[in-house]
Ligand binder design. Sequence first.
Ligand SMILES: Cc1ncc(COP(=O)(O)O)c(C=O)c1O
Length: 365
Amino acid sequence: MKALPEIQSLHPYQPGKPISETKRELGLKHVYKLASNESPLGTSPMVRDAVIAAVDEINRYPDGACFEMRQAVAAYYGVPPQNLMFGNGSDEIVDILVQIYCDPAKDSILTSQGAFSAYQISAQSVRVRAQTTALTSDLRFDLKAMAALIEKDPSIRFVFLPNPNNPTGTYFTAEEFDAFMAVASRKDLFVVLDEAYVEFVRAKDFPRGQDYQKKYPNILLLRTMSKVFGLAALRIGVLIAPPEVCDMFNRVRKPFNINSLAQVAVVASLRDKEHLEKIKQVTWDGLDYYHAQLDKMGVKYWPSQANFVLFDCGRDAGEVFQELLREGVILRPVKPYGMPNYLRMSVGLQEENEAAIRALQKVLR
Ligand SMILES: Cc1ncc(COP(=O)(O)O)c(C=O)c1O
């Protein structure tokens, strides 16, 4: 039997190249992976202890309602527990939202070209049409073009806006978002702000989703435990949404979508304030270092509000990627985003950042 045409035309998500594979293929001893925007600090000791203590009970199903984790996350974000839902990574949340609210026969979703790819994949996999607007010349979302499309197209059920965006690291301002919401505040449309990297943002004019949610009931917020909280392997995404949306979500999600080790890890991670602050500081220092070094090298890049930076290799980034691999540095090509000459470089520990810059100096010379 043949798969549906919409599925056949999907391309498998290409994760960052694993360290072990690179070592094996190229016979390298040291490999630095700066390809997946992960926390470079390893596991928080408090998380390690909590996970080890919970290991003896993995014969039991997890708490499907995530009671303790829900209380901890609610307190951390300052929202009522009934406004929270969890997904096996925030990508599962996107899947479920599209499933709940989009009729493939007549509805569509809207996002930007160059935006994080998960939204288009989720839509296409359930045969919902995905529309995009072009990026501006400085690789930012064109919220005016999006608003214009929303005004004339009643089929749009979701607008997915990662802010800051991956892979560009760029963001839209509060002023731009105010103007956008004046048009997008509608009952038949959800605006999903994906704030996966919000903890790293330093820009003063950044629109904080939780402030906007108080004013606009059609804003849904996505957060993830994969970045600043350092729990990428455990797959935990958070949805902050009105209780009616959470109620529908709860009907569709699988009963045990958050495993028990993930649940205890989240509780411990939110308690380990010191580790969290350290990740932020390491990220900010690393980002400042990258920006300064790329400036010195005369490499064009887009100043980032996240934990990575996108830069222009000035030639085919696939080749540069291969040359960097031979230097033991794994970065991320972003050709699938329509950016064949750019590479994305995550912030690591200072030693890793320096290794990446040294390799780049050699390869881009
Ligand atoms: C904008 C954005 N949203 C969501 C995610 C994925 O988060 P999760 O690990 O919770 O699926 C990423 C991961 O790279 C991302 O860049």
